[in-house]
Design a protein around this ligand. Structure first.
Ligand code: COA
Length: 261
């Protein structure tokens, strides 16, 4: 990952903090940023050391201020389809990442930046964060999965209102409507993100992974199939050392020592 121009990865033990770092353009997503994001999530997926990822924007002003408008301005119809598909594929890789991915939003999360946060499993924001899908004001629509994921997260009516007005909302409003799960002071954002991740990663890693799989599969399947899949995963967990350890630790009144197998 040494040849990356726009993505930086820092480590805090087994948590990877992934920065989108293109500060002169408020971390806007040009084709290279999207491509590098995809590569980083590929590499991290294959790294057994990773227990969770915090995705954030470098600098004080922005998480990601959207797709790069300078690039979008030049697209033709087929180019537009490609931009959208490339972004969707990378964002799907984030959504399907087998360990929890949390977006720590410390400023503008607009357009593709808001969609990027939506592709993460969890979101927290700083007090100065702003969210919105301003695409219609540019004569386009969200193209990185936002028309699907926003409605799923905050409900159809509010998603339609935000998408059609292109309005920007403040962090507190984002929390009220369920777009983020907490709002914290800017200088505490990363620490609070890490604390939330640690609350997750202290649990059985295989259970966390399969819970994510079950939750996301349920969004795309019939209730009957989703229930059957949940039962299969539930049963599968009975084969893990982690299950034995978790339950034995409870019965022995001690903290579990999970090995992730
Ligand atoms: N694409 C390309 N460049 C962007 C960008 C984007 N989505 N968002 C910000 N930038 C660039 C600006 O053009 C500017 O570059 P310059 O210094 O070379 O002129 C730089 O980032 C700083 O942005 P600026 O607009 O000067 O900051 P601001 O504090 O006045 O405004 C925003 C901040 C976020 C309100 C404003 O930049 C904005 O509206 N950005 C576009 C948001 C958007 O529509 N996103 C969806 C795209 S599909």
């Amino acid at each position: 990952m040494s040849d990356l121009q726009y993505i930086r990865v820092e480590w805090d033990e087994d948590l990877a903090v992934v920065y989108v770092d293109r500060q002169e353009k408020l971390n806007a997503l040009n084709a290279e940023v999207v491509q590098e994001l995809g590569r980083v999530f590929n590499d991290l997926r294959d790294d057994d050391h990773v227990r969770g990822i915090i995705l954030t924007g470098a600098g004080e002003k922005a998480f990601v201020a959207g797709a790069d408008i300078g690039e979008l301005a030049k697209m033709d119809p087929l180019g537009g389809v490609k931009v959208s598909r490339d972004g969707q594929q990378v964002f799907a890789r984030i959504e399907r990442f087998p360990k929890p991915v949390l977006a720590a939003v410390g400023g503008y999360a607009l357009g593709g930046g808001c969609e990027l946060a939506l592709a993460c499993h969890l979101r927290i924001a700083s007090e100065n964060a702003r969210f919105g899908l301003p695409e219609v004001g540019l004569g386009i629509i969200p193209g990185y999965g936002g028309t699907l994921r926003l409605a799923r997260l905050i409900g159809l009516g509010r998603a339609i209102e935000l998408t059609l007005t292109g309005r920007m909302i403040e962090a507190r409003r984002a929390e009220e409507i369920g777009l983020v799960s907490a709002v914290v002071p800017r200088d505490e954002l990363l620490d609070r993100a890490k604390a939330l991740m640690r609350e997750i990663t202290k649990n059985g890693p295989v259970a966390v992974r399969l819970a994510l799989e079950s939750i996301y599969l349920a969004l795309d399947s019939s209730p009957g199939n989703a229930m059957r899949f949940e039962s299969a995963l539930f049963g599968l967990l009975a084969s893990t050392d982690d299950m034995r350890e978790g339950m034995t630790a409870f019965l022995e009144k001690r903290k579990p020592d999970f090995k992730g197998r």
